[in-house]
Design a protein around this ligand. Structure first.
Ligand SMILES: Cc1ncc(COP(=O)(O)O)c(C=O)c1O
Length: 449
């Protein structure tokens, strides 16, 4: 093992003794030590474990050993207002005083639903569930029933949760099979195309004539690497789905209320037929939203001629998630112009600085962003541009990603898989410290690769 890596690992071990002891126990309790596969934060391949976090406030989290991190992971992107935001905490505390859930309809759900509907161009009706994974699965089911067609088209490297409907072509962008125990992609009626590949998309339409019920996509390839849309890609997908009676489902579980108050669809000016949301609209508590055109959603009305069963979650629409979501949307709305301008401008600025650093050290990496979603893609060799998730997945250098993660942990910056998300609580001082940590880490990775 190289000397620098030995030193970094030894520093990490010295500063994370409690976390490493907890990690040992975690591996006795959970397969791979985790309940969500990505939560080892690239530490397993290095023979280490992730920090166990015990506290968070604003843009910082603190682990059980007392290390404090500037947080760009932000609860999988959900904590746009930072951690422990005062009005969200107050709203939750007030609700808990009256109990957390009754399994009954409640007025709080009406308030949150109205706020989401008012802000989101495509949403005429909606239903709440408890995760984004459920939301994308139910949205696909509604689209299949509505169009009476079977196939779902998705973007390669797009992550829509681990449900049996859409967990294909995520990491395994060529073969498509992500897990044993799933139907094959052919049996599951899933077809795929590349983000930003208009010809590829048209080919899929041609090859599957009149069989595609829905295109499920994020407006920005989010978890797939913050890759922006190019060359009228979003516009053409909208036109072609319209022309071919295909339901366009925007998965806005990351981009919802992040790119703008009117989500990705407002930011890009394109209205899909259906929208799924999660993360931010739950104010840091479990939530999923299935929304869209009235005629599509009304299929779920079993009192009328509805025929599509969606939902069924014990904790769907629970008042704690509802009030946390209301407090979040209210806080965002109150400062709408200022918040979104600064989130998006800071995202641009950091990405430019990042790319300058990568160029300065001739790092085999590219920084991409859309607004406050940012990613550094580490490759085996230098690549001049990336447009698709397939290019990212096939060229990614996992070893560099893992080591970069360790270097950033040791410099008290919490990122994941490259970088992450901004909150309204990150300060100029946070950004300066982050850029210093990035420069140091980029220099070390590039020098030693
Ligand atoms: C774009 C997208 N869709 C769906 C999901 C799944 O949401 P959840 O983790 O709430 O099930 C995620 C989660 O990261 C996501 O990023």
């Amino acid at each position: 093992m190289s000397k620098w890596l030995e030193q970094e690992k030894s520093n990490y071990k010295k500063n994370h003794q409690k976390s490493l002891a907890a990690w040992k126990k975690a591996n006795e309790l959970f397969p791979a030590g985790v309940s969500h596969n990505i939560r080892d934060f690239h530490m397993t391949p290095l023979g280490l474990g992730p920090p166990f976090i015990s506290k968070g406030r604003d843009a910082r989290v603190i682990d059980i050993d007392g290390n404090s991190y500037i947080d760009y992971w932000l609860t999988h992107g959900a904590a746009i207002l930072g951690h422990a935001h005062e009005t969200i905490m107050k709203a939750i505390a007030k609700q808990l005083h009256f109990s957390n859930h009754f399994g009954m309809v409640n007025e709080q759900a009406l308030t949150l639903a109205s706020k989401i509907r008012d802000a989101t161009p495509s949403i005429e009706k909606l239903r709440f569930c408890t995760t984004g994974t459920e939301a994308t699965m139910y949205a696909s089911r509604l689209a299949r029933a509505f169009t009476k067609k079977k196939k779902i088209a998705k973007i390669r490297a797009g992550w829509h949760g681990g449900n049996d409907t859409l967990f294909y072509y995520v990491k395994h962008v060529e073969k498509g099979m992500e897990s044993s125990g799933l139907k094959t992609q052919v049996e599951a009626d899933i077809v795929s195309f590349d983000y930003n590949d208009i010809d590829g998309f048209r080919n899929i339409l041609k090859e599957n004539k009149n069989e595609i019920a829905a295109v499920v996509m994020e407006p920005v390839l989010g978890a797939g690497g913050a890759i922006p849309p190019r060359d009228g890609f979003l516009e053409i997908v909208r036109e072609e789905t319209d022309r071919n009676d295909i339901i366009l489902i925007y998965d806005e579980i990351i981009t919802g209320f992040r790119l703008s108050f009117n989500s990705g669809q407002g930011y890009f000016g394109i209205t899909p037929d259906m929208t799924t949301m999660g993360k931010i609209v739950g104010g840091g508590t479990p939530i999923g939203v299935i929304g869209g055109r009235d005629d599509i959603l009304e299929q779920a009305n079993l009192q009328k001629d509805g025929k599509v069963w969606i939902g069924g979650g014990t904790f769907s629409g629970n008042p704690v998630s509802m009030v946390a979501g209301i407090a979040t949307i209210d806080a965002l709305e109150k400062n709408k112009t200022e918040f979104y301008e600064s989130l998006n401008n800071n995202g641009e600025k950091i990405t430019i600085e990042l790319q300058e650093l990568l160029d300065k050290y001739e790092a085999p990496a590219i920084a991409t962003n859309v607004g406050s979603m940012i990613c550094i893609h580490w490759f085996r060799e230098k690549i001049s541009d990336i447009r698709t998730g397939t290019e990212v997945k096939l060229n990614l250098d996992n070893d560099k990603v893992n080591k970069f993660q360790l270097l950033m942990f040791n410099r008290n910056v919490l990122i994941r898989s490259g970088f992450g998300y901004l909150s309204v609580k990150h300060t100029k001082d946070d950004f300066e410290k982050t850029i210093n940590a990035l420069e140091d880490s980029i220099k070390i990775i590039t020098k030693n690769s």
